[in-house]
Design a protein around this ligand. Structure first.
Ligand code: NAD
Length: 426
């Protein structure tokens, strides 16, 4: 019998393949390149032992899937979540290939993680799990080969442990040349000012630019956010700074609503003290989670997990714009319904690409031994993402197509061009 979990998981990979095949058909992608991009280059599964606080040894399973590196080293996040498996990692790695290509970065795509619920472990255990996973990955990652970054339930601290472990396995004369093995590090340990907010900033910026093209501002626009972690929080922060109003938040613990507006900074402080949970926040009321996506609003930002807006609930969405902070939050069936209902979807590979653009600047900063201020970094991210946004918008208008199709065409064509120029070895 197929469980709901299996059905959902299957469709995540199906989703990315359907999106890819649709684009490949529409641009008549070179059939040989289509074969290459349809599969992942490497799928690494690692079982590794870690000593727990009680002295017992537990075996963990970690994944790293490297989809394609035609444009440069593999790049993509690591997540710690019970749903992580090889199929999830494959889908997410493919999305990374399209995202880095669309952004014009010198990277390919990868993704991975460990199949755990991190809340079940102490900080000491999480450190040992992370370090042992990094050690097990060995030369499968590296600053010029595959560069992980934070994702769901991993953060600056996780990246600091990874960088330190990887650097510790090198001779001391080579240590500093390996700092950019991961991005998203704390600023005091080679991280980039502003990297923590770069994904959320990008979500905000793409929404702002979309409304600007319509001759509208963000002032008074009502928005709802699923996931109040790194991406959801920072997107909310920047949107409310421009006068938009956050009216509802859903996280893994609760769904809260306040039509008059939720104070973003107060909610962030509150959730930080409660292991990231928004449950019980006094500035809003709890509501039925099933009704969340159907709330009347202008902008819906799914910023948690994949496959959240599907054929089951897409018909209920009232927003004008869905801005995909998460990777793959709207599946292909959900997208069809939303587009038929006149909703504009800013696709993940554009909407949340501020994160990998920020990571690129961190990598460059480490590589070149430079140090940039927060202001400089935000200007660089803004400039790069704005260029990409207008490129996609140009194609949307020229081809009278939806935003995801336009973004995919640009991303896949760039990789196709690189393969055609170079040929296939031998
Ligand atoms: P995070 O761990 O900081 O936050 C995740 C949030 O999602 C939390 O608020 C959690 O409670 C919530 N959540 C988890 N399961 C949920 C569920 N079933 N229903 C509702 N809410 C749920 O993660 P993040 O870094 O903010 O990443 C969020 C999404 O954005 C992911 O899809 C990730 O792949 C994507 N993304 C992240 C970055 C980045 O730089 N962190 C970059 C690009 C894309």
């Amino acid at each position: 019998m197929t469980t709901i979990k299996e059905a959902t998981k299957k469709s995540m990979l199906d989703n990315v393949m359907q999106q890819f095949n649709k684009t490949a058909d529409s641009i008549k992608l070179n059939p040989n390149i289509r074969k290459i991009l349809s599969i992942t280059n490497n799928e690494i599964i690692l079982n590794f032992p870690v000593k727990m606080d009680n002295g017992e040894v537990q075996i963990f399973t970690g994944y790293r899937v490297q989809h394609n590196n035609a444009l440069g080293p593999y790049k993509g996040g690591l997540r710690y979540h019970p749903t992580v498996d090889v199929d999830d990692a494959k889908a997410l790695a493919m999305w990374m290939t399209w995202k880095t290509s669309l952004a014009g970065l010198p990277y390919g795509g990868a993704k991975g993680g460990i199949q755990i619920d991190p809340t079940a472990y102490s900080i000491g255990e999480l450190e040992r799990i992370t370090r042992r996973f990094t050690y097990a990955l060995g030369e499968n990652i590296g600053p010029e080969h595959d560069i992980p970054a934070p994702d769901v339930n991993t953060n600056e601290q996780t990246m600091a442990w990874m960088a330190d472990t990887f650097m510790s396995t090198k001779p001391s004369s080579e240590r500093s040349r390996n700092q950019h093995v991961v991005t998203g590090k704390p600023v005091g340990s080679g991280g980039l000012e502003g990297r923590n907010r770069s994904t959320g900033y990008g979500v905000y910026l793409t929404i702002k630019l979309l409304y600007k093209s319509r001759g509208e501002s963000l002032k008074g626009k009502k928005f709802i956010v699923q996931g109040f972690g790194n991406v959801g929080y920072w997107a909310s922060h920047f949107l409310t700074q421009d006068g938009a109003i956050l009216i509802a938040v859903q996280d893994a613990h609760a769904t809260i609503v306040n039509q008059k507006g939720i104070a973003v900074a107060a909610l962030f402080d509150y959730s930080k003290k409660r292991k990231g949970s928004v449950q019980g926040f006094s500035g809003a009321e709890e509501m039925d989670p099933k009704l969340f996506f159907g709330l009347a609003c202008d902008i819906l930002i799914p910023a948690a997990l994949g496959n959240q807006i599907t054929a089951e609930n897409a018909y209920s969405v009232k927003a004008d714009v869905i801005a995909e902070g998460a990777n793959g939050p709207v599946d292909t069936d959900g997208e069809k319904i939303a587009l038929e209902n006149g909703i504009t979807i800013i696709p993940d590979i554009l909407c949340n690409s501020g994160g990998v653009i920020g990571s690129y600047f961190e990598w460059l900063q480490n590589r070149n031994g430079e140090l940039w201020s927060l202001e400089e970094v935000m200007q660089k991210i803004d400039k790069k993402l704005t260029e990409v946004f207008y490129k996609v918008e140009g194609l949307v208008e020229e081809g009278e197509i939806d935003w995801r199709t336009a973004a995919y065409i640009l991303a896949i064509t760039r990789i196709e061009t690189a393969y055609i120029q170079r040929g296939i070895f031998p």
